[in-house]
Design a protein around this ligand. Structure first.
Ligand code: SAH
Ligand code: AVI
Length: 300
């Protein structure tokens, strides 16, 4: 049995974690958001007609920055026929996005849903044709089995005419990847440590963020960034709600996140095994990030 301590990455996103992630998206080293938005800007005009009378369902929506690129290009008249459905585990992310979108686009119907996209896709209304979006390479935060399960669940929830748009961060040099997760302002370190505040809050714990250092590195064998929190001294912490005492020796780590990076052939294989067909492939000039449009195989 593995003795590696771990916290699932979905616990990053309380109100503070969601804000810290928004800050990460603006950092110069974190190229993912910048590139994905530029690809979205390029392809948004193609969606102007496609989105009419549809549901635009965004899984793990976070802040409204990216979807605004699509909504801006759609135009007021088409926006009035569209319903935007952001789905996120973070209540604060949903309520902030709702507030800002309703101010910006009073003609738009918005239905915010606080739900876990790994097990609650059934709560998303399904009577209108839909475009599903899963942006930001959040898919990289799943391991291989979780990725396949997620894609199959989404494929099952899709109707024949529906489309799925997924953002994938691609394999690139170790230096660029590691810089993106070790920014010079220390925002990613704060984001990583904040997961302890979330655990303390929900499990009545006393894990001290100051007793840990941020650690993020590229694991080439598994093609993924790994984020850990590394204990900087010996201590024990208590999680009262679980009646659990956890011992740490300096150097022990808590694994908090994987962020997998992809190659084109792997994405093609994933789509095939999930019963999805790749309809369109969009990328930037350096092929650092890909936005892949998928549809269901007709026999699904
Ligand atoms: N799509 C946005 C945000 C990415 S951050 C972007 O590209 O910038 C990942 C988002 O997924 C966060 O808003 C987080 O709250 C949400 N999230 C993480 N795990 C989740 C889960 N299991 N179910 C629903 N939302 C989840
Ligand atoms: C949300 N997710 C795709 C981000 C990522 O790059 O894996 C979360 C993140 N972790 C550290 N920085 C950003």
């Amino acid at each position: 049995m593995s003795s590696q301590k771990a916290i699932p990455s979905k616990y990053f996103y309380d109100a503070r974690g969601s804000k810290l992630f928004e800050h990460i998206c603006k950092l110069p080293e974190y190229y993912l958001t910048r590139i994905e938005i530029s690809i979205l800007e390029d392809i948004a005009p193609e969606f102007t007609q496609i989105l009419r009378h549809k549901d635009l369902v965004e899984l793990g929506s976070g802040a409204d920055l990216k979807i605004r690129t699509m909504l801006d290009s759609v135009g007021r008249e088409s926006r009035a026929t569209l319903r935007y459905i952001p789905v996120d585990i973070s209540e604060s992310a949903i309520s902030n996005a709702l507030q800002s979108l309703l101010e910006l686009y009073p003609e738009l119907e918005v239905l915010g849903i606080v739900a876990d996209f790994t097990c609650q896709l059934n709560v998303i209304p399904s009577h209108r044709p839909a475009i599903f979006c899963f942006l930001g390479s959040t898919i990289g935060n799943f391991d291989k089995d979780e990725t396949m399960l997620f894609l199959r669940n989404v494929a099952e929830a899709m109707k024949l005419e529906d489309r799925l748009l997924i953002g994938f961060d691609m394999v690139k040099s170790q230096e660029i990847l590691e810089a993106a997760y070790n920014d010079s302002e220390g925002v990613t370190a704060e984001f990583n440590k904040n997961i302890l505040n979330v655990v303390n809050g929900s499990l009545h714990g006393n894990l001290d963020p100051c007793a840990f250092d941020h650690l993020a590195f590229y694991n080439e064998k598994y093609q993924r960034i790994e984020m850990h929190l590394k204990a900087n001294c010996d201590f024990s912490a208590r999680l009262k709600a679980l009646d659990l005492e956890v011992e740490f020796t300096a150097g022990d780590t808590i694994h908090t996140e994987i962020s997998r990076k992809f190659k084109r052939e792997e994405i093609e294989e994933l789509a095939f095994h999930a019963g999805l067909r790749i309809a369109n492939w969009h990328t930037d000039s350096e092929e650092w990030f890909s936005l892949v449009e998928m549809s269901c195989h007709s026999e699904n």
